[in-house]
Ligand binder design. Structure first.
Ligand code: SF4
Length: 116
């Protein structure tokens, strides 16, 4: 039995996941917590937020995020990739900064508009 706190919404339900009983989840206040509890043990993923360097007059870094979930175990590898990147202004929200990062099928996208 593994105990987790659900991070899907601010309520933070205390979950118990029974690995020996088909990942049955208890303590969840809604079905999303059951899905989260099972996924967290079988295939944990995260959306990553960070920043990358930018060549611009008005900013030195621009916030970015993964456009979808990536495996939790690859977070450090992705942070190393972000450290290698420098983008140039202008950049728009949603512009792809790194396509298909590390072949994971997820793009890194800009989260802020920087015009100059
Ligand atoms: S189980 Fe449902 S209600 Fe509870 S924290 Fe997760 S999403 Fe929120």
């Amino acid at each position: 039995m593994t105990e987790l706190i659900c991070i899907v919404c601010p309520k933070g339900c205390h979950l118990k996941v029974d690995e020996e009983n088909g990942y049955k989840v208890t303590g969840n206040g809604c079905p999303r917590g059951a899905a989260y509890g099972e996924k967290e043990l079988v295939n944990p993923t995260r959306v990553i937020t960070s920043t990358v360097k930018i060549e611009a007059k008005t900013a030195r870094r621009v916030p970015v995020k993964t456009a979808g979930d990536i495996p939790k175990g690859r977070i450090y590898d992705i942070m190393k990739e972000l450290d290698k990147v420098t983008v140039k202004a202008p950049i728009q929200i949603g512009d792809v900064v790194i396509p298909d990062v590390l072949g994971l099928g997820v793009d890194i996208v800009a989260c802020k508009k920087v015009t100059e």
